[in-house]
Design a protein around this ligand. Structure first.
Ligand SMILES: *Cc1c(COP(=O)(O)O)cnc(C)c1O
Length: 343
């Protein structure tokens, strides 16, 4: 299979249309059998449920080439399960896990020429999503839905190495207690755009959201979970019902315990404790871990001891081990890597 003529090392994180995507429609209480199509456009009624009342959810994962030349995805079963939770909370039909995995396999195989080569730092980003597709004007769940999964090649998240970022404590809330913060819904992102635009205008890279009820506990950023390291090398991640359960973060907790022999705990993290941590990072599929060097709370700066030049030592080990597992350089735990059969 001949690869596309793409400058892999200089790709950014933006949409590039690939050859094939998977589409399945839900109607009269059932999903159809699904097809692969070259058509990258969605045509829906002007009154479609998604366009009026934002009934939609999505996932994000990657396919990439391992050191020994296999094309694989990382824990896609967890994306399927999380999308199921999102669908249930948004009163949408569940797209079955086995079919989700089959769609991932088919889309990656059909676009194998777009899977970046090993060592380029680039990956094939996969975007499964689902939305209410028939006309809805009175507020109610749609009767018809579309599940779609497309692929787009994306560049290395950090060109020339991961530089620590600066974030601010945000005055807006991301998620209410008992709200929708724990599901991957577009609506959680729509309302974060104002806050992130304001943060960027003030010179910050990201927002740290606190719990909406008391504003004393750390939640997450707009699209990544927090991971902290204490001065005695314990890995700590915030526990809350309104945080999106990041697959990267859950995997890093296993890596900390099983591969690095570190203590790792998920517990409530008070903002007051943050000044005592040694390292801080943001976890998500896109970057794996983005190191945080500085956290600014209304002019008061917390400078992490790991500094503004490089990842802290524990963050670095976590990052190297997880990316090593993903790229096939380090033995993965059972079931973490799904190989895609090409042709
Ligand atoms: C997708 C997402 C994450 C990261 O989850 P991963 O499974 O690690 O990619 C974190 N927070 C929010 C709000 C998200 O939407």
């Amino acid at each position: 299979m001949e690869k596309k003529d793409i400058d892999w090392g200089n790709l950014g994180f933006s949409y590039i249309q690939t050859d094939q995507r998977y589409v399945s429609n839900y109607k009269d209480g059932a999903w159809d059998e699904g097809v692969m199509t070259t058509d990258g456009n969605v045509v829906i009624n002007e009154c479609a449920g998604v366009l009026q009342y934002s009934q939609s959810c999505f996932e994000g994962l990657k396919a990439y080439t391992t050191e020994d030349g296999r094309i694989v995805t990382f824990r896609p079963d967890l994306n399927a399960e999380r999308m199921e939770q999102s669908a249930v909370r948004l009163q949408m039909p569940v797209f079955p896990k086995e079919r989700f995995l089959e769609a991932v396999d088919k889309v990656v195989a059909a676009n194998a020429a777009y899977v970046p080569p090993y060592g380029s730092g680039a990956t094939l980003y996969l975007r499964p999503y689902m939305f209410g597709s028939d006309a809805v004007i009175g507020v109610k769940p749609a009767d018809e839905y579309q599940f779609r999964l497309f692929a787009t090649p994306v560049g290395p998240y950090f060109k020339g190495g991961a530089k620590p970022i600066t974030i601010r404590v945000c005055d807006y809330d991301r998620a209410a207690p008992h709200g929708t913060g724990h599901i991957k819904a577009g609506l959680n992102y729509a309302m974060s755009l104002y806050a992130i635009t304001e943060a960027h205008a003030q010179g910050f890279d990201e927002n740290m959201y606190l719990d909406a009820a008391t504003r004393t506990k750390v939640e997450e950023t707009g699209g990544a979970n927090f991971l902290f390291v204490t001065k005695d090398n314990k890995v700590v991640t915030p526990k809350s019902n309104s945080i999106l359960p990041s697959i990267t973060r859950r995997s890093l907790m296993v890596v900390a315990r099983e591969y690095l022999g570190l203590e790792a705990e998920e517990r409530e993290v008070y903002f007051d404790e943050v000044k005592d941590f040694a390292e801080c990072g943001l976890c998500g599929t896109a970057a794996v871990i983005s190191p945080v060097g500085k956290i600014v709370d209304h002019g008061k700066e917390i400078c992490l001891p790991s500094g503004m030049e490089k990842m802290g030592p524990v963050t670095r080990k976590l990052y190297d081990t997880l990316t090593g597992i993903q790229m096939g350089r380090i033995q993965a735990p059972e079931g973490w890597i799904r190989e895609i059969k090409i042709g």
